[in-house]
Design a protein around this ligand. Structure first.
Ligand code: KIV
Ligand code: ZN
Length: 448
């Protein structure tokens, strides 16, 4: 049976850009939009044209040059915003006007200073105005998750009747939980007349670290569009992260049996480009795109990885465009990883000689934390200089040889990931076979 297709709506250029330090100029926005196109997103929210002339220009430039995805522009529920948004996107191959109006009592009372009745009327009127300009209209009841549910249903019903084609349910302040969010979407689907004609969308902020979980709960409750950003950038704690949502669906199709049009191999490049443009680095332990996401330092982990990446990686680095798994050589590294790196540097050791290199390596790693190849080469030179002869390649059973011997004898284990062979069928580039070169127990201890 075909899996439901989830529309990936990227708002890195609008909600993402609203986060401190993330503003981009026209040329940078255009460059990122072209990368989002390569990434395969379905909708690019290019900006908020009324906000500034620069934003208007960026949305117009993206509309003119990025032709495959839908290009959306944000507008508040006022005529000037809607008209300006349309001016910016009317040259797009597939334009969308995105109208936002808050529906929670807190926002109505303190921010907009209008009654619920006035809010209902504004919502209806603004969608009608947008619809007269553009066939594709999205409506967002801002702060939906803190809105009175009966009133929210009333507003959603009114905008659907006025011609909205997508209804987005923002958890604007990141207050919701997966249970609450899923329940709210189910209530809307049950109570709102005509809701089956429109696409329901999620838009979750990460103030409690639940943005991705809430988005997934929304999809399970029937949403077919997810609004998200690269690296999870966005207002305050950010938006739901695109790469986490997409990879959750790829790695756990048993739980999330949905398809997206995302080209996984473009994820890392998109993340790096965004970080480079905004100069906001990706946190090292960020899922999928952080520099440690595929790095293994602990000896036991490195040992397992070298035997079979399935031991510690649930997806291949290549499946998200990360060039390689990186075995970081530090004080927790074991002899197995050290021997492999030495061999990659052209030096092969027997067990006794490796012990000596390893002893020095641990002292060095304790001091400098991360041992680079240049350090390792120096250390090897020292060992040589002290008369510890490095044996020729044939003297020892080197790791690479052991690996290729094992491949030849079909001992190599390169299994696809359970249930989730990457789209390109590739497996991790770390491919070290079970070399029958020392016992299992000893090998385990080496990893420590
Ligand atoms: O968080 C929010 O409510 C928004 C809307 C504009 C969709 O970003
Ligand atoms: Zn938002």
């Amino acid at each position: 049976m075909d899996r439901p297709r989830i529309i990936i709506f990227d708002t890195s250029l609008r909600d993402g850009e609203q986060s401190p330090g993330c503003s981009m100029n026209v040329e940078e926005k255009l460059r990122l939009a072209q990368q989002l196109d390569r990434l395969g997103v379905d909708v690019i929210e290019a900006g908020f044209p009324i906000a500034s002339d620069g934003d208007f220009e960026a949305v117009r430039a993206i509309s003119a040059s990025v032709r495959r995805p839908i290009i959306a522009a944000l507008a508040r529920a006022v005529p000037g915003d809607i008209d300006r948004a349309w001016q910016a996107i009317q040259g797009a191959a597939r334009p969308r006007i995105h109208v936002v109006l808050a529906t929670s009592d807190i926002h109505l009372k303190y921010k907009l200073r209008i009654t619920r009745e006035e809010c209902l009327e504004k919502a209806r009127e603004s969608v009608r105005r947008a619809k007269a300009l553009c066939a594709d209209v999205e409506f967002s009841p801002e702060d939906a998750t803190r809105s009175d549910q009966d009133f929210l249903c009333q507003v959603v019903e009114a905008v659907v009747a006025a011609g909205a084609t997508t209804v987005n349910i923002p958890d604007t302040v990141g207050y919701s939980t997966p249970e609450d969010y899923g329940r709210l979407l189910r209530i809307l689907r049950e109570r709102v007349a005509g809701i089956e004609k429109v696409t329901i969308s999620t838009h979750c902020h990460n103030d409690l670290g639940l943005a991705v979980a809430n988005s997934m709960a929304g999809v399970q409750a029937g949403a077919r569009q997810v609004e998200c950003t690269i690296n999870g950038i966005g207002e305050r704690a950010g938006n739901a992260s695109l790469e986490e949502i997409v990879m959750a669906m790829r790695v756990r199709p048993d739980r999330y049996p949905y398809e997206t049009g995302i080209v996984g191999e473009q994820i890392y490049a998109s993340s790096q480009m965004l970080a480079e443009i905004t100069r906001v680095p990706v946190q090292p332990n960020k899922a999928i795109t952080g520099r440690n996401a595929f790095a293994h330092e602990a000896g036991i982990h490195q040992d397992g990885m070298l035997k079979n990446p399935l031991t510690y990686e649930i997806m291949t680095p290549q499946s998200v465009g990360v060039p390689d798994s990186r075995l970081v050589l530090g004080k927790h590294s074991g002899r197995h990883a050290l021997a492999l790196r030495c061999e990659q540097l052209g030096h092969q050791f027997d067990r006794r000689e490796l012990d000596e290199v390893y002893r020095r390596f641990v002292v060095l790693a304790d001091r400098i934390k991360k041992v680079q190849d240049s350090h390792l080469l120096e250390l090897i030179q020292e060992v040589c200089a002290q008369g510890k002869r490095i044996p020729p390649a044939s003297a020892a059973m080197p790791y690479a040889k052991a690996a290729s011997a094992a491949v030849a004898s079909s001992n190599e284990v390169q299994l696809p990931f359970p249930g989730t062979a990457p789209a390109n069928g590739s497996t991790s580039s770390i491919t070290v076979a079970f070399a029958d070169y020392h016992g299992e127990q000893e090998d385990y201890l080496w990893g420590v």
